[in-house]
Design a protein around this ligand. Structure first.
Ligand SMILES: *[C@@H]1O[C@H](CO)[C@@H](O)[C@H](O)[C@H]1NC(C)=O
Length: 156
C-alpha cells in the first residue's frame, strides 16, 4: 500500500509535484488575472472611453503598450506620459472639479449600475492622492485602484 511505502512528507511532496505537473499553481499566484470578457470591462463604457483615449494618446504621446501593460500586467511608475494620459482621461471624461482634481461622484456617474459596488469597493481606500501635480495625482488614483482590485481594474 502507498501509505506504507511513502512517509507522510513524501506523499505531500508527491502530491505537490503532481499538482505542479498538471498545471495548477504550485505557489499562490502573485498576480491575479484581470477579468476580461464580453461583459467586463463593460462594452458601453469602453465605447465611451476609446475615442477619448485616442485624443489623450495624441495629447500625451503615451504608447498603447504602456496603457495595456498597466491595465493588464504590472504597476510601473516611470512613464510620465502614462501618468499625464491618466489625467487627460479624467479631464476629457469630465470627472475633475474646477481645481482639476478627481471628483469621485462624477466618476461614479460613468459606472454602469451593476458595477457600482465593485467600483465603490475599489475606490474606498483611495481618497487622499499624493503627488506634486495633476499627472502624479491621477497616477496615484490608478495605482491605488489597481492595487485594491487588480481583477476589475482596467485602463483604456
Ligand atoms: C465634458 O464637458 C464639456 C464641456 O461642458 C463638453 O463639451 C463635453 O462634451 C463633455 N464630455 C463628456 C465626455 O461628457
Amino acid at each position: 500500500m502507498l501509505v506504507q511505502v511513502f512517509s507522510f512528507q513524501q506523499l505531500l511532496l508527491l502530491l505537490l509535484v503532481v499538482l505542479c505537473l498538471t498545471g495548477l499553481k504550485c505557489i499562490p499566484a502573485q498576480r491575479p488575472t484581470p477579468r476580461r470578457d464580453a461583459e467586463y470591462p463593460p462594452p458601453k463604457t469602453l465605447g465611451f472611453l476609446l475615442p477619448l483615449g485616442e485624443r489623450c494618446k495624441q495629447e500625451t504621446g503615451v504608447s498603447g503598450e504602456a496603457i495595456k501593460r498597466f491595465s493588464d500586467a504590472d504597476i510601473f511608475d516611470d512613464d510620465r506620459a502614462l501618468k499625464c494620459y491618466m489625467d487627460c482621461m479624467f479631464r476629457l471624461t469630465n470627472v475633475t472639479d474646477d481645481r482639476g482634481e478627481l471628483h469621485m461622484g462624477k466618476l461614479l456617474e460613468h459606472v454602469p449600475h451593476e458595477f457600482e459596488d465593485i467600483a465603490l469597493r475599489m475606490g474606498v481606500k483611495c481618497t487622499r492622492p499624493k503627488g506634486k501635480d495633476v499627472c502624479e495625482r491621477a497616477f496615484w488614483f490608478h495605482k491605488c485602484w489597481k492595487t485594491s482590485d487588480p481583477v476589475h481594474y482596467y485602463l483604456v
